[in-house]
Design a protein around this ligand. Structure first.
Ligand code: UT7
Length: 324
């Protein structure tokens, strides 16, 4: 017997403002055709003025609570994965607790950029396995529009804002690969790749939030290789193989990275949840958004095996094997 962190609720929120690729043609030397063909992105959502990461997170959290049939005080913990917090501190997670009216338990943020949701999910699963918490809400929420350099055509067309929330509950299980819940996780980071994707400001350096800088092409090559290997390692730890996978739920950075990774894993695109065309790259929010959309569309069904994988600044990358 063992305890598994089982998904019992999911929800998401996207800001009202939808920005099609054609908007960028007005101010930059770019085209809808270039953006679609190089990234697969067709549109993205941007938060309204004054709409903050915690606002998006709370809306996703409420959707997940409704989906699970729970109230905020039924949760023991809230973990928010974000690189775009409202303030330097307190954490977005404690702001979410406050806005939800949650008066018990604890909350903290995880910062692993685009891999943040994977790192947060692994932490939640470990807290549950250790008996520190039984019901944990894991949220990925970002307002990357606030750290974009609108004059840099190689990055500003790629990102979007949004939030997704997943509620996990500790449940008794047999301890076999057929269990529901988180079956294995694989986490990695390597600071030698710092300059490939970073923000050129911060509290302790410039005292400003800074702007996102990315070497897209070298990162692209690292992404396919590292995502395939972390997904494989996580499956191996779960005593499963690529053949057992019903759905890859990838970080939605670029359709060509998603296709390349699926191909290397030997899986057709029919087994991949794709939302990049509608959301762009929402960093830590992209996997819970894709999960929530995949469930809402009736694709992801109870008992199916999912592999979620992501890579981002750090570099930090990882995968989670989860039976829905
Ligand atoms: O979320 C974290 C993980 N993120 C990623 O993994 C992102 C990884 N990288 C990528 O998704 C891709 O590298 C990009 C979509 C960023 C770029 O695609 P690419 O096929 O690697 O293109 P490239 O960087 O090699 O650039 C090709 C050309 C360049 O022009 P030259 O030097 O060949 O004349 C760029 O200047 O495309 C140009 N370019 C653009 N042209 C029109 C760059 N951005 C744009 C643009 N519109 N927006």
């Amino acid at each position: 017997m063992t305890t598994r962190a089982v998904a019992i609720g999911i929800g998401h929120y996207l800001p009202a403002r939808v920005v099609p690729n054609s908007e960028f043609e007005k101010t930059l030397d770019t085209s809808d055709e270039w953006i679609r063909s190089r990234s697969g992105i067709e549109r993205r959502h941007f938060a309204a003025e004054g709409e903050m990461t915690s606002d998006l997170a709370v809306k996703a959290a409420n959707a997940a609570l409704t989906n699970a049939g729970l109230k905020a005080d039924d949760l023991d913990a809230v973990i928010v994965a974000t690189s775009t917090p409202d303030l330097t501190f307190p954490s977005v997670a404690t702001m979410v607790q406050g806005k939800l009216g949650m008066t018990r338990g604890f909350g903290f943020d995880v910062q692993a950029v685009c891999a943040g949701f994977i790192f947060a999910l692994a932490n939640a699963s470990a807290l549950i396995a250790a008996g520190q918490a039984n019901r944990v809400m894991v949220i990925g929420a970002e307002t990357f529009s606030r750290i974009i350099d609108w004059e840099d055509r190689s990055t500003c067309v790629l990102f979007g804002d949004g939030a997704g929330a997943l509620i996990l509950e500790g449940q008794d299980a047999a301890g076999t690969p057929g269990d529901r819940g988180v079956l294995a996780t694989d986490l990695n980071s390597d600071g030698r790749y710092r300059d490939m994707l970073y923000v050129d400001g911060g509290v302790s350096s410039t005292g400003t939030a800074g702007k996102l800088r990315m070497q897209g092409n070298p990162l692209f090559r690292q992404a396919v290789e590292k995502l395939t290997s972390t997904a494989h390692k996580a499956l191996e730890k779960a005593k499963l193989t690529e053949k057992d996978v019903d759905w890859i739920v990838p970080h939605q950075a670029n359709i060509r990275i998603i296709q390349g990774t699926a191909k290397k894993m030997g899986l057709p695109m029919d087994n991949v949840i794709v939302t990049v065309q509608d959301h762009g790259n929402t960093s830590a929010a992209s996997i819970p958004l894709a999960l929530s959309v995949g469930v809402a569309e009736g694709k992801i069904k109870r008992g199916q095996l999912l592999v979620a994988e992501a890579i981002g600044g750090g570099l930090a990358w990882g995968a989670v094997v989860l039976r829905w």
